[in-house]
Design a binder for this molecule. Structure first.
Ligand code: ATP
Ligand code: MG
Length: 426
């Protein structure tokens, strides 16, 4: 029978890769804790309406990328394409937003029906951060300062650059949209196909068209910055000062608009040049209108999402994963003879008690001494511990260093001390 394979664009994350994932997750967790964030976990499936109402009907995600299906009772459900909508829904539903501030984060799989390629998958993972109840640019700045710290912690600081922009209020964007549409309408025939379609549906998205002709036409187009309201302008200026003060460099990209409808005022992207076309590793912005749009009380909000696969790719490409990030064993225990075999599991348990945090692997399944030693070596352990009749009779264990060093016979009572010293001196 033909073997069933994984769905295109949905990846298995294999044992050889999970240590890197855990390292990234651990680093992010520690960072977020140090800035006072709490984790929230939402379902992977939500009502389709939630995404339509928040992300926007005429966005790439809602028009082309969602995995939508009917539940057995006829409800339209969707695998979440991003986390913000569900986070707002959950926080609102459980009264976490009214009259208070919240700093939340989440991680997990997201689903988008896109053309799979390097850095772009149909199931991918995001680490998202959402802050509620804070109006000023200080929290926008802190989010960016925090991400800059993360890049330093991961060794990526030289490989990620920050672009920022302000989208202003909905009213400012509406005026700009009208001006942009009347300017671009003169050149309708020269626009690429996507942009021509967007001219009627979502003209702001034309700004980030990759088409060279369209980009050339945009050079003389009206600029969003000229339509910004005073409040948004002041917010953006203060954000820049806060970033300057913190030593976070950025460029202002007046064409940066982001593909989701809910953003206003600050938007940003962290981009790397080391991954080719899929270079955005973290993206976000302010979405002060969304909570109200989803039926809650008006609540200012700002957040971002990082693409985990892209970050992992970047760490691997730049060889930035520390050598100690692996699933190697520390100690491999093996027994020769039936009496010793009967004692092996108990010895391993006592070592796990004495050496918390160490990876102690017991050889199970028998085999010759030679084949057991081969497995010990392959486990990556630094030490093999061997017991046989001789060791049992004398109350000792043979400690055999696998990465250089002298073999020793160690009395059981000294065993954990000897091991601790071996690791300390390594
Ligand atoms: P892009 O322009 O690359 O399509 P996007 O604007 O659609 O990105 P967001 O919705 O802002 O992306 O998601 C935030 C981050 O999640 C992106 O910057 C990226 O790192 C990651 N991401 C988005 N879509 C995918 C995908 N299909 N596969 C892998 N990572 C993704
Ligand atoms: Mg996209």
């Amino acid at each position: 029978m033909a073997k069933i394979q994984a769905i295109r664009g949905m990846n298995d994350i294999l044992p050889a890769q999970t240590p890197t994932w855990q390292y990234l997750e651990r680093t992010v967790r520690t960072l977020l804790h140090s800035y006072g964030y709490s984790e929230i976990r939402m379902p992977v499936v939500e009502q389709t309406e939630l995404f339509k109402r928040s992300i926007g009907e005429v966005t790439d995600i809602v028009e082309k990328e969602m995995y939508t299906f009917e539940d057995r009772n006829g409800d339209s459900l969707t695998l979440r394409p991003e986390g913000t909508a569900g986070c707002v829904r959950a926080a609102e539903e459980h009264g976490l937003l009214f009259n208070q501030t919240r700093k939340l984060w989440y991680t997990g799989p997201m689903f988008r029906y896109e053309r799979p390629q390097k850095g772009r998958y149909r199931q991918f993972h995001q680490i998202g951060v959402e802050c509620f109840g804070m109006t000023g640019p200080d929290i926008d700045a802190e989010l960016l300062i925090m991400t800059a710290r993360l890049w330093r912690a991961l060794g990526l600081a030289d490989n990620a650059r920050l672009e920022i922009n302000s989208l202003g209020t909905a009213e400012a964007r509406k005026q700009f949209r009208d001006a942009l549409v009347s300017y671009l309408s003169q050149y309708r025939d020269k626009l690429d196909e996507d942009s021509r379609r967007r001219l009627d549906s979502n003209p702001l998205r034309i700004l980030d068209s990759k088409d060279a002709n369209t980009q050339a036409l945009l050079a003389d187009a009206p600029a969003l910055a000229d339509f910004l309201d005073d409040d948004s302008k002041a917010h953006f200026e203060r954000l820049k000062v806060l970033l300057d003060n913190a030593g976070v460099s950025y460029t202002v990209n007046p064409r940066l608009v982001r593909g989701l409808d809910y953003y206003g005022k600050t938007v940003f992207e962290w981009i790397t040049e080391s991954l080719g076309a899929q270079g955005t590793i973290c993206a976000g912005g302010r979405y002060d209108g969304l909570v109200e749009q989803l039926g809650g009380r008006s609540t200012p909000a700002v957040g971002f999402a990082m693409g985990v696969e892209r970050l992992i790719l970047l760490l691997e490409t730049l060889e930035l994963v520390p050598a100690e990030v692996n699933d190697d064993a520390d100690i491999y225990l093996l027994a020769m003879g039936e009496r010793a075999e009967q004692q092996l599991l108990v010895l391993a348990e006592s070592l796990r008690d004495a050496l918390p945090g160490r990876s102690v692997v017991t050889h199970c399944g028998g085999g010759s001494f030679k084949s057991q030693m081969k497995k010990a070596d392959r486990s990556g352990a630094r030490l093999a511990l061997i017991i046989g009749d001789n060791e049992l009779d004398n109350g000792v264990v043979t400690v055999k260093p696998l990465r250089g060093g002298e073999q020793l016979e160690v009395p059981l009572a000294n065993l954990s001390n000897t091991i601790t010293e071996a690791f300390d001196n390594a």
